[in-house]
Design a binder for this molecule. Structure first.
Ligand SMILES: Nc1ncnc2c1ncn2[C@@H]1O[C@H](COP(=O)(O)OP(=O)(O)OP(=O)(O)O)[C@@H](O)[C@H]1O
Length: 819
């Protein structure tokens, strides 16, 4: 599986040295640079890795010539982590963050359990008085310059719900307004209040980057776009030819939606090199600054926003904006990409008081953020394997986090004491992220031809998507017309007049007819009621299934998280419950409490299901009684015909519902199997790690290999042979997997060991090139004495191996007694 971060175990000391050196360099920069207070025109604070990359003045790029990119390539780069503190919503409220000068490098956090507050260090801390311009100038402007130089860069806003992420990324004047469930959000102009932009510098003529699109309160996304266009305006005459395109998507409930061309969910694909791409996502090219801003606004409008108890306009999705800049030169096309991500806020079910759909959204949001936390922890700890696969968010951010990008994280915190837990979580996350080091890749240079082809390919996709959307609109408009504007024919009018006359002096036959009509209407109504209840049942079932799967996934993510902290998978102990200071324990507490909320929701829906079933049974009985009355009331063939048609319609409706139910059950089953596979895969990897480690201990400690363990290794080796052999057969038969899938399907050698004497390929025909220290097989197929391969048998026996043998023995005997 692909996706290992650059900071692997071997690199770690080097990475740490690099971090240290970088920190020293940073301190030098800091000491040379006088603090400028709130004077944003003098924004000189630069993280060392970006010193010289761009000079941010007034929040704008002022570099006339892009700096040489060579000194950046291949260099170790620390993920830049900044923290922004949102202003107090009520100035009188107690706060858990102690005031520090704006744009300092540390903050003091009172977690409520210690005598003195804890100090956290970051690349930059933006205080409550910070402006959008400052944040842009320090955190994003240098990245924009890198993108123009052909690098990829990413900035993501992280933090709890209501901590100010959307404010930073979009700004207050483009906030989506609250929506009713199921309707699209609309953008409203939010007048600046004490809490939304009052701290920003007022607009000064000529000070805003780009004509009229950027205001003092504008968010980072608009500022970045304006800056890119400014640069292009300045450089297009000098023989450079730029092309800009953008895509904008959201991940809502683990489904990807195109925000520039909203429609059904899109598929996330991975190529054989582990690169992620979203199939069918529109990539819109434009040469106009105004058009880009319009597209951005359109995308924000389409974003899923709902009010929660914690935030009136809470973003319920993660939004990812990607701006691609291609610089077409004679040598080829230099391509840089800027990813800007506004993450949905982590939240606590108890605080947000969410239920039903909101609760499920919250669970998805928290799970993906927990998965992101797992990746950050793994990367920061220099893990060899980083699991980006737990959520779509981490798959999409893989590039940003694993080193192919210059990345800036802007962690957002709320200063109020009532948000202490969330603030602590964010600070700990950010602190971990501070340790991630990555290695930059060469700038992307595309061939001129390839770039042209990409442009050609991109066009029809967007074109057809628009066409389909327009056609759909047309069809629904026509349907509405048919229902509301169908003209009455002359014959229908005549019949209506006749009925009116007859009502004045009804005959016996007419009375019967009226009764039958009444009966029929009652049957239809009962049927409709039945269908409504059936649908409710179906929805309850579907919701229950979703919740159960959510719970299962939640268990998985928590177990992964806990295992990284060396804890057994279990609910938190009593002493962990309150006031525990262990790193990440409050994240775990909230994950567990969310799981509790999901379980409560499951109970509630089970109750709804039981009640609905009961109502359905009653309704069904009523329907049967009404239908029993029918035969004696039917007097003509015409009525019989009508009723049989009615029955047919009912049957078809019922079939439809049962088909829907069947499909739903199948989908759920597939999802469940996916989960099981994921879990099995994770267990398999763990087992392999355990085996490799034990093997290494045995070899390095020169411990005598116990007989039964040797047999187990031999079995394992055979398993490798068998899977290699089977995969080979499949390929030979022509119906097998593609080459890379085949490679993935094979079991790895027990231990990829440099000084190994035997190579798996020589002993087994396996294509593993890493030498294996396994008991080798000689040319006749007999096992060679493995002690020779492992060196002389000396040294103490490791107790852990003996324990392993004992536990294996007891497991075997209990397994055989089970048999
Ligand atoms: N730096 C700031 N200056 C002024 N007001 C701010 C600032 N940051 C946030 N706010 C205000 O705080 C409120 C919450 O901010 P916002 O909606 O951006 O939070 P969020 O983190 O995006 O929340 P969610 O995750 O729920 O979407 C808004 O009213 C916003 O205007």
């Amino acid at each position: 599986m692909s996706g290992t971060g650059n900071a692997n175990v071997e690199d770690l000391p080097r990475a740490r040295r690099a971090v240290k050196a970088r920190e020293q360099a940073f301190n030098c920069t800091m000491s040379r640079t006088p603090q400028t207070g709130l004077n944003v025109r003098q924004t000189t604070l630069q993280p060392p890795s970006r010193a010289g990359a761009a000079t941010a003045s007034n929040g704008r790029l002022t570099t006339a010539t892009p700096p040489a990119a060579t000194n950046m390539t291949g260099a170790e780069e620390r993920l830049m982590v900044t923290v922004r503190i949102r202003p107090l919503s009520d100035p009188g409220e107690p706060t858990c963050l102690q005031a520090q000068p704006n744009r300092s490098r540390s903050l003091l956090f009172d977690d409520g359990t210690r005598n003195k507050p804890k100090k956290y260090n970051y690349d930059c801390v933006f205080g409550e008085a910070s402006t959008q311009e400052e944040v842009y100038g320090i955190a994003v402007a240098p990245l924009v310059q890198d993108v123009l130089n052909g690098y990829n860069a990413a900035v993501f806003a992280y933090g709890a719900t209501g901590s100010g992420k959307t404010h930073t990324m979009l700004g207050p004047h483009v906030r989506p307004a609250r929506t009713n469930p199921g309707t699209a959000a609309t953008l409203t102009a939010t007048p600046p209040t004490a809490n939304n932009g009052a701290n920003d510098t007022p607009d000064v003529p000529g000070s805003s980057p780009g004509p009229s699109v950027v205001q003092s309160s504008s968010g980072l996304m608009i500022r970045a776009v304006a800056d890119i266009f400014d640069y292009i305006d300045q450089h297009s005459d000098g023989g450079e030819n730029f092309k800009i395109s953008l895509s904008y998507l959201e991940i809502y409930n683990e489904l990807i939606r195109d925000l520039l061309n909203p429609g059904g969910p899109l598929e996330l694909r991975e190529d054989h090199r582990g690169n992620q791409s979203v199939a069918g996502l529109s990539e819109i090219s434009t040469a106009s600054r105004a058009e880009v801003i319009q597209l951005l606004l359109k995308g924000n409008k389409a974003r899923t926003v709902e009010p929660t108890a914690a935030n009136q306009t809470s973003s319920r999705s993660h939004a990812l904006l990607s701006i691609t800049v291609q610089n077409l030169t004679l040598a080829g096309t230099k391509q840089g990409r800027l990813f800007m991500t506004d993450l949905a806020g982590s939240e606590r079910a108890r605080k947000t008081k969410n239920r039903g759909k909101r609760l499920q959204e919250g669970a998805h949001i928290n799970r993906s953020l927990l998965a992101l936390g797992n990746c950050i922890n793994a990367l920061a700890g220099g893990a060899r394997y980083v699991n980006f696969r737990d959520s779509k968010l981490t798959r999409l951010l893989k590039e940003a986090l694993s080193g192919r990008c210059k990345t800036v994280m802007i962690a957002h915190v709320a200063p109020e004491t009532r948000h202490r837990d969330e603030t602590k979580n964010t600070l700990v996350y950010a602190d971990r992220a501070n340790h991630i080091t990555t290695r930059l890749q060469e700038p992307t240079i595309l061939e001129v031809e390839a770039a042209a082809a990409a442009t050609r390919d991109a066009f029809p996709m967007a074109h057809y998507q628009n066409l389909v959307a327009e056609l759909r609109e047309e069809v629904s408009r026509l349907k509405m017309k048919m229902m509301t504007e169908r003209p009455r024919s002359g014959a229908a009018l005549q019949r209506q007049q006749q009925q009116l006359q007859e009502q004045e002096s009804p005959t016996e036959e007419q009375v019967k007819k009226a009764e039958l009509k009444f009966l029929r209407e009652q049957i239809v109504q009962t049927f409709k009621q039945q269908m409504k209840l059936r649908r409710r049942l179906l929805e309850a079932d579907s919701h229950l299934l979703g919740l159960e799967l959510d719970a299962e996934r939640q268990h998985m993510v928590i177990s992964h998280w806990q295992s990284r902290q060396g804890k057994l998978y279990d609910r938190l102990e009593e002493e962990d419950e309150e006031g525990s200071d262990s790193e990440g324990s409050s994240a775990l507490r909230s994950a567990w409490s969310e799981l509790g909320s999901i379980e409560k929701e499951v109970k509630r829906y089970r109750q709804i299901r039981t009640t609905t079933e009961h109502e359905l049974e009653e309704c069904r009985k009523k329907g049967v009684a009404l239908e029993d009355e029918l035969p004696e009331r039917i007097s003509s063939d015409e009525e019989r015909e009508l009723l049989s048609l009615l029955c047919r319609v009912h049957e078809l409706e019922a079939d439809k519902v049962s088909l829907q139910a069947e499909r739903m059950a199948r989908q759920a089953e597939l999802r469940r199997r996916d989960l099981q596979l994921l879990r099995a895969e994770r267990q398999r990897r763990l087992c392999e790690d355990i085996i490799s480690t034990q093997r290494r201990i045995i070899e390095e400690g020169k411990v005598e290999m116990p007989e039964d363990l040797r047999e187990l290794y031999a079995l394992y080796q055979q398993e490798i042979h068998a899977s290699t052999y089977n995969s080979g057969m499949q390929t030979a038969a022509g119906g097998g997997f593609p080459r890379d899938a085949l490679y993935e399907a094979k079991l790895p050698p027990i231990f990829g060991h440099e000084r190994g004497i035997y190579s798996a390929s020589s002993s087994s025909g396996s294509e593993w090139s890493a030498p294996s220290p396994l008991p080798p097989v000689d040319s006749e197929g007999n096992t060679v004495n493995p002690d020779r391969a492992m060196g002389p048998l000396v040294g103490p026996r490791l107790p852990s191996i003996n324990r392993l043998r004992t536990s294996y023995g007891s497991a075997q005997s209990s397994a055989s007694s089970d048999d």
